[in-house]
Design a binder for this molecule. Sequence first.
Ligand code: PD2
Ligand code: ZN
Length: 273
Amino acid sequence: MPSRPFTAPPWPDMSQWVLQQQANGHSPQVLIASLRRSGWPPAAVRALLQSTGGARPLPQPRAIDAALTAHLPGAQPRVLLQLDQPRLTVFGDLLLPEECDALVGLARPRLQRSQTVALRSGGGQATLRRTSEGMFFKRGENACCQRIEARLAALLNWPLEHSEGLQVLRYLPGTEYKPHFDYFDPLQPGTSTLLRRGGQRVATFILYLNTPQSGGATVFPDAGLEVAAVKGGAVFFSYDRPDRATGTLHGGAPVIAGEKWVATQWLRERVFR
Ligand code: PD2
Ligand code: ZN
């Protein structure tokens, strides 16, 4: 059990205090709550936690060599693009066409209007910022999910239990997901509830299950990058702290013609139950 955090001391000892509390096992949320109780304004709390890093170990794609492909039965993925800022990899052929079709077939009858996180409660709410339909599979729910989850875990060298179940989304023409971050904002009151199920999100996989006729790229406005949705391809990106400086602001651009189908997997710090 970590020791109780003491009341935050005044500047300039703060960086040392934060590092000491982190070493004692206190989460950023506990430190934020303590700093806010001591009267620190939100912007100052954000700046302090940034300056002390708070960096976490991250899932990171392994080199695709013979040793790895032995663990990826059936798939022959290729790395098409790799960036450091944001930490991002674009893959081709990560899923077989029949795996994409199978996921779409299993998800289609269960689609419902997508939601975003309600910041106050940590629950879900429908908004105009996200107009797709979607559904969640439980982790390991069927053979198709199991096969894909095992492949992603092998590729990332990240425990399978540290992932949320696959979420499948369908975008019809005109629908989109406006730019956002996938991590939970530490300053929002609903975040502590969300963190109980496996800690912070640290990375995202977006798997493309079809090729839309027109539109529907995944966009990274802070990086000036657009990733085209191509069936079987994927984009992976990670974020070592819940901060815009990770460069991971991203969105799903409006579909112009045809449909867009994706599966999203979010990776957590710890076991997700
Ligand atoms: O469908 C996408 O391209 C997309 C873009 C941004 C999906 C998500 N975010 C997501 O599911 O978080
Ligand atoms: Zn997202």
